[in-house]
Design a protein around this ligand. Structure first.
Ligand SMILES: NC(=O)c1ccc[n+]([C@@H]2O[C@H](COP(=O)([O-])OP(=O)(O)OC[C@H]3O[C@@H](n4cnc5c(N)ncnc54)[C@H](O)[C@@H]3O)[C@@H](O)[C@H]2O)c1
Length: 347
């Protein structure tokens, strides 16, 4: 068995379900197995232990990673815990799948990248949008040339945090700007599709949550990508609307409109015929599974990377570079000037 433990059981509960789903699909000696759970909340831990049929339950992650039979851990604890848990788990010889954002500061990001690259274990950052059906289908269509050459890309992270914000908790930490905490999904999606932006210009506004945060709750950023592609990220943690990540990819020959909360996406292409020598727009609706937290797909990619069956797409450095762009957006908005992201380059 490939024994996996999960730390932090809110998002981690979704991971636990994902692990069990993949476990049921794989046969053989090294099939994944949800072997242990960890949460500081012992009541929640016991309840989920019973629900998942897991007997190894821990309130301290250090006890969990001391178990020599455990092969890997999924870190789904608050962002501020990612660094020490990642370092400790790698030092204990575990493969690690760590939630986004990888960390909140350059110092913590650099430390995790260093620990991950020194280790012979797999370290994957959970950039879950890369496993969202509407987004990976969009990437596939773009790579097949369905919309020609990319010209403009945009993504939004619109997520009203009113119900999950509490003063003095980890989410309202002055370091956990919404762009870093949640906007990193939209930033990572655009980096995945269009490459590393070399410059960003951003603005922010702070009209809500004034009593609990010191940072802006809504941002818009313009980004300049390789090959002259331009783009925009909108990130709001105070918008009054249902959660979505609406994303649009424009190319010389077509456009893709998609998100993570709709059952279909749209592909528009230009077709020419005798009557329309300059082109006529054709729209195709493509049905899509709604799986905006496809933890099973993400875990499967992690498992395959550990087993040497597929390359690792989001190592620590990739997750750190997504946050490097987020930090540039925050800096640009605060200082009212264009900022070049300071990437974690090798060497
Ligand atoms: N990929 C996504 O779409 C997505 C969605 C939600 C959250 N997240 C990420 O997952 C992580 C957790 O977020 P959440 O929303 O589940 O947070 P949460 O605060 O709702 O839940 C965190 C859980 O971890 C437990 N916990 C806290 N400190 C712990 C510790 N030291 N050891 C063990 N357990 C501990 C808490 O008791 C709680 O059950 C964050 O990094 C967040 O950014 C990612």
């Amino acid at each position: 068995m490939f024994n996996v433990g999960v730390i932090g059981l809110r998002m981690g509960e979704t991971h636990a379900r994902g692990i069990q789903k993949i476990s049921a699909q794989i046969t053989g000696e090294k099939r994944p197995y949800l072997a242990a759970l960890c949460d500081t909340d012992s009541v929640k831990l016991k309840a989920l232990g019973e629900e998942f049929g897991v007997r190894k339950l821990y309130t301290d992650y250090r006890d969990m990673i001391a178990d020599p039979t455990l092969d890997a851990v999924v870190i789904a604890s608050p962002d501020q815990e990612h660094r020490r848990m990642s370092e400790d788990a790698l030092a204990a010889g575990k493969h690690v799948l760590c939630e986004k954002p990888l960390a909140l500061t350059r110092e913590d990001l650099a430390a995790i990248v260093e620990a991950a690259e020194k280790s012979d274990r797999i370290f994957m950052v959970g950039q879950i949008c890369r496993f969202t059906p509407g987004f990976y289908k969009a990437k596939e269509l773009i790579e097949q040339g369905a919309i020609g050459e990319l010209t403009y890309v945009e993504s939004e992270y619109a997520h009203d945090y009113s119900e999950i914000y509490r003063a003095g908790t980890w989410r309202t930490d002055p370091l956990r700007n919404g762009v870093v905490g949640g906007g990193c999904h939209a930033v990572d999606l655009l980096r995945w599709i269009a490459g590393d932006p070399d410059e960003v210009v951003a603005y922010g506004v702070h009209k809500t949550f004034a009593d609990v945060t010191v940072y802006d709750d809504t941002h818009v950023a313009i980004l300049h990508f390789p090959d002259g592609v331009i783009g925009k990220v909108f990130c709001s943690i105070s918008c009054r609307r249902p959660y979505t990540m609406r994303s649009v990819f424009y190319g010389t020959k077509g456009t893709i409109i998609t998100d993570n909360t709709s059952p279909s996406m749209w592909l528009y292409t230009q077709e020419t015929d005798e009557e329309h020598p300059y082109g006529c727009l054709k729209g195709t609706e493509i049905p899509i599974d709604i799986a905006n937290h496809n933890a099973a797909g993400e875990f499967e990619a992690f498992y395959k990377a550990v087993m040497g069956q597929a390359p690792l797409e989001t190592p620590a450095r990739e997750g750190a570079n997504t946050i490097a762009v987020c930090l540039a957006i925050v800096e640009s908005a605060e200082q009212r000037r264009p900022v070049r992201p300071d990437y974690f380059r090798k060497g």
